[in-house]
Design a protein around this ligand. Structure first.
Ligand code: 2NL
Length: 356
């Protein structure tokens, strides 16, 4: 049949020179599409005589297959070339060093809380937790704090607002973590050994006070717990915390919730303007403590004729400053650098920890 060779040459050359998938598709449509040149020719087969058809039929079919194969081959070649391009362009050097990320560190208050909890855990104390919004019964009455005590005045404590006619018992932001220990005593009974770390709130704001701070209290109740046990536990604690033997000094004091009560100092000295804990003949007050008052034991649901024990409370913020080298509360507020160093702020160097 005339023209087959011409068609063949025309379309094979168009396939060979087509650039891109769209151009190739246009060639396919022009040759093999519904209205393509070869398709139209095939439609004409029906009008031919059987002899003519016997020649033209196979020739057109052969041409169709040949162009089809050429289209597929060209498509495959173009895909290969595109893949090669991508492989060249998207090359990744997996041997390059990673990009270092600035890491933060645990907050000093959290770190010190965990350190303290771990030391007391070794002496059999478990961590107890409780609400930061307390009833005034748990925060005050249960601790033998009389209604006329100054801490119970609006001036010193954050009282929750009550709408007119709301007769629920008054609630406060806890002023110490003692209520946590009352709840632990009620829930678990005696004997008991717990510590209660957490946030506490007092209406105080000046250069040495913030309205929210952190406290850790401890409570040990059994049948024959004494002040001697208290002194041993505290000396063990301070020595472990500061990493050096630390002596304690007890001074008689008064708290409504303990009787007798003692304020506890730790041994320290000042060398070249730097505080050194566990050295020398100076003393620094760090803690309040005593034997739990019988009224408080009763409020905790246990019989003071059978059970007795000690309790203590100290400030976590202060303990953090002492250990991480902030000499007094004012330095904490005036010098952020030491805290930033502790946080691992990358422009600064590692913290220097000194004790003893
Ligand atoms: C201080 C004084 C203290 C307590 C806290 C306490 C708890 C219960 C019963 C009796 Cl459940 N006492 N806690 C006892 C003595 C002192 O803290 O000046 N802290 C910084």
């Amino acid at each position: 049949m005339d023209g087959i060779q011409e068609l063949r040459a025309k379309y094979l050359s168009q396939v060979a020179s087509a650039e891109g998938a769209e151009a190739l598709e246009s060639v396919r449509l022009a040759a093999l599409g519904k209205k393509g040149e070869i398709s139209l020719k095939m439609r004409e087969l029906g009008k031919m005589s059987p002899e003519e058809r016997q020649i033209a039929g196979p020739a057109l079919n052969g041409l169709k297959s040949e162009i089809d194969a050429a289209l597929k081959a060209r498509k495959a070649a173009m895909d290969d070339a595109a893949l090669d391009e991508r492989l060249k362009a998207e090359w990744l050097d997996v041997t390059l060093p990673g990009r270092a990320r600035a890491k933060g560190t645990i907050h000093p208050i959290s770190q010190v809380t965990e350190e303290c909890a771990a030391i007391f855990a070794d002496m059999g104390f478990r961590v107890a937790e409780g609400p930061q919004i307390e009833t005034d019964w748990y925060n005050f009455d249960a601790l033998n704090i009389a209604p006329e005590h100054p801490a119970r005045q609006e001036h010193d404590t954050f009282f929750m607002h009550r709408a007119e006619g709301d007769n629920r018992p008054p609630h406060v932001l806890r002023t110490h973590t003692s209520p946590v220990q009352i709840r632990a005593l009620q829930d678990q009974g005696a004997p008991i050994r717990v510590i209660a770390p957490g946030r506490v709130y007092r209406m105080d704001m000046d250069v040495t006070h913030t309205p929210m701070f952190h406290q850790i209290e401890g409570l040990a109740i059994d049948k024959d717990i004494s002040m001697a046990n208290l002194k041993w536990v505290l000396e063990e604690f301070f020595s472990a915390y500061f990493g050096t033997k630390v002596k304690t000094r007890f001074r008689a004091s008064h708290f409504p919730f303990t009787e007798p009560s003692a304020e506890v100092d730790i041994q320290c000295s000042w060398v070249g303007g730097q505080l050194r804990v566990g050295e020398g003949d100076g003393w620094m007050e760090v803690l309040g403590s005593g034997m739990v008052h019988p009224n408080v034991l009763r409020d905790g649901g246990i019989d003071p004729e059978i059970w007795q024990g000690f309790a203590f409370g100290m400030g976590i913020d202060r303990m953090a400053m002492l250990k991480y080298g902030i000499p007094d509360l004012r330095a904490f507020f005036e010098s952020d650098l030491r805290w930033l160093r502790h946080y691992g702020f990358s422009a600064l160097q590692a913290p220097t920890i000194h004790a003893g």
